[in-house]
Design a protein around this ligand. Structure first.
Ligand SMILES: NC(=O)c1ccc[n+]([C@@H]2O[C@H](COP(=O)([O-])OP(=O)(O)OC[C@H]3O[C@@H](n4cnc5c(N)ncnc54)[C@H](O)[C@@H]3O)[C@@H](O)[C@H]2O)c1
Length: 315
């Protein structure tokens, strides 16, 4: 698809849809979002009017009529599987919102189908494209941190956040688990995990979760996501024997860095631009054959770890 402008449709016209439309809009020579679909006609029409798109209520009709090259699946997680399986049979490329699915069983069915289809199936773990996270990941991989002593990540929404997108293990927690895997590597062992409410029969009901994991070299890894924290907090902190770093998403344009001597503030010229970088990676994979760093198979590994955390928390 090297020279061709990629024609994209959005499936699901809810909260996150505008972020993807704007992100792809950052690359007008390479792609164009032309249509949007939602089972709620008024929602699709409202977004279509806002962004000059054609609206649909049936994504199969949208893919066919618009001759789409790719879709962005932005429905709630429970609908990802059925939508993705349909889209795969139509031979269309996919950027699917996280988490891949609500169960490993569903995720596996999606990965199996993707393995047989000749299309790109990327999952939108956008934090892998956040400048500070990329810097930490690259520096950890190159050995600049030395042995890691501890890793902590808290994604906590301020009180009042509605954990409706699959509960907070699957919503912000899926990001937390994915970033931990991305930076620290596999395998991760779940040492302890806790939910609030204490036990749930349905992950949709998880309001808060925390987990203590052991990284591949015995590192202490703590992650937490929740919906009822006082002021909201979104922080990734990695300490190594040689270097340590702290990124606070609430000050997206700087991060704290310590090379063993002193703490300093590092300016980030592209802080907070993760959706644009994610869209660029999707296009690079489609048009320049770049290897996808967050494909369906990688997302399935994150889903497997999420399921292990749920098992321990519910035990
Ligand atoms: N990466 C991030 O930072 C981030 C942030 C928010 C949401 N998300 C993810 O994006 C996805 C959507 O979240 P949201 O907050 O936008 O949800 P939302 O409920 O606001 O919107 C989802 C929309 O999908 C529509 N829909 C459901 N089934 C459909 C179908 N079969 N065909 C067409 N439309 C359908 C619904 O009617 C709804 O309007 C979730 O997977 C969520 O985890 C990611």
């Amino acid at each position: 698809m090297a020279e061709k402008q990629v024609k994209i449709g959005i499936i699901g016209a809810g909260n996150i849809a505008p972020a993807h439309i704007k992100a792809f809009g950052g690359y007008p020579e390479r792609c164009k979002v032309v249509a949007i679909c939602d089972i709620v006609a008024e929602l699709a029409e409202k977004r279509a009017e806002e962004y000059q798109l054609t609206s649909y209520t049936d994504y199969k009709e949208m893919i066919e009529k618009e001759s789409l090259d790719a879709v962005c699946i932005a429905t709630p997680p429970a609908a990802h599987k059925s939508v993705a399986l349909d889209v795969l049979t139509m031979g269309c490329n996919i950027l699917c919102e996280k988490p891949l699915a609500m169960t490993v069983e569903d995720g596996r069915a999606m990965a199996d189908a993707a393995g047989k289809a000749d299309v790109l199936f990327m999952v939108a773990f956008c934090h892998r494209f956040e400048q500070a996270i990329v810097k930490i990941k690259d520096s950890v991989s190159s050995g600049q941190f030395g042995p890691i002593t501890s890793y902590r990540n808290v994604f906590a929404n301020a009180a009042g956040h509605r954990p409706t997108r699959g509960g907070n293990l699957m919503d912000n927690g899926s990001h937390a688990v994915d970033i931990a895997r991305y930076i620290m590597g596999d395998p991760m062992k779940v040492l302890a995990a806790q939910f609030r409410p204490k036990k749930v029969d349905d992950l949709d009901k998880v309001i808060d979760f925390s987990a203590l994991l052991e990284g591949p070299n015995g590192e202490m890894v703590y992650i937490e996501a929740g919906g009822r924290h006082a002021g909201g907090r979104a922080v990734v902190e990695v300490c190594g024997e040689k270097t340590s770093a702290l990124y606070d998403y609430f000050s997206a344009n700087t991060m704290k860095w310590n090379d063993g001597e002193k703490w300093e503030d590092i300016e980030l010229s592209e802080g907070g631009k993760r959706f644009f970088k994610q869209a660029k990676h999707f296009l690079d994979c489609l048009q320049n054959d770049e290897k996808c760093i967050t494909d369906v198979f990688e997302a399935l590994k994150t889903l497997e770890l999420l399921e292990q955390i749920a098992k321990v928390a519910n035990s």
